[in-house]
Design a binder for this molecule. Sequence first.
Ligand SMILES: NC(=O)C1=CN([C@@H]2O[C@H](COP(=O)(O)OP(=O)(O)OC[C@H]3O[C@@H](n4cnc5c(N)ncnc54)[C@H](O)[C@@H]3O)[C@@H](O)[C@H]2O)C=CC1
Ligand SMILES: O=C([O-])CC(=O)C(=O)O
Length: 260
Amino acid sequence: MRRNIGLIGVGAIGNFLLKEINRDKAHGIKIESVLVRDRRKYESLQSEFNVTLYTELNEFLCSNIDIVVEAANVEAVKTILPKAIKEKDTIIISIGALADEYFRQHVLHLANIHQHTIYLPSGAIGGLDLLQNAQTLGTVKEVSLTTRKPANSLVDHAIMDEVVVFEGKAADAIKQFPKNINVSIVLSLAGIGIDKTKVTIIADPHVDKNNHQVEIKGDFGSATFSIKNNSLPDNPKTSYLAAMSILGTLKRINGNVKIG
Ligand SMILES: NC(=O)C1=CN([C@@H]2O[C@H](COP(=O)(O)OP(=O)(O)OC[C@H]3O[C@@H](n4cnc5c(N)ncnc54)[C@H](O)[C@@H]3O)[C@@H](O)[C@H]2O)C=CC1
Ligand SMILES: O=C([O-])CC(=O)C(=O)O
């Protein structure tokens, strides 16, 4: 059982996890340790959620934790994951960090040598089970993602009508929108890769949800997933489902039945 969690980053997703896991105590798991950059800013979490704060990665990794959960950003994954995966299984939500081929191969190598697992939750989308099954024989031909978000999540000036802010491959989408399109990288890794997965990002002043449309075609047939996500109150860029997918992953790791 992975009961004790070490959390990296307390923003919209980190707050959700602290409230759901430590306040409810209903999931058989507990966040024990939290890695932050500024201890003073987060001091109150210690008494509110009965956690220990760390600002030093090594001390955090040596604390009483079974699994690390990252809920920070792509840059944090780049600096933290190589060390973390040597010591612990690790759940990553800023999956965009793995778009860098050299970095991905490096951390997969470390995971293999140290016999730890990198878990990549499906985040704000779905259908990754189907995509991985359809691709077992390498016969998926096309994968595309169209993401439509409220305009102010994507552009810093007011717009009256929708604007396509990106059209191209996932590899380039994550470079331009590292806080908005991590989903394109998990989709790429489950399917046909970051250079073949097509991405369109639309800033839309007329929507209040984060919409993702995934289209898959291959020898299996075709599939379409359309997801209309409510966002988390603390960060409109981030979908509620993305936070829930971490909790779901933690529950499935500890479960005795694996579905999908
Ligand atoms: N895979 C997916 O489907 C999705 C991924 N995401 C990604 O999840 C991550 C977290 O999302 P939110 O909680 O909404 O972001 P947020 O911006 O609300 O919170 C991130 C927190 O991490 C902290 N942080 C940054 N670097 C750190 C470091 N080196 N050590 C410790 N703390 C650090 C920040 O101070 C901030 O409090 C983001 O990278 C976001 O892009 C978000 C939604 C969906
Ligand atoms: O939460 C979402 O809808 C998607 C997102 O921000 C990401 O993939 O980075």
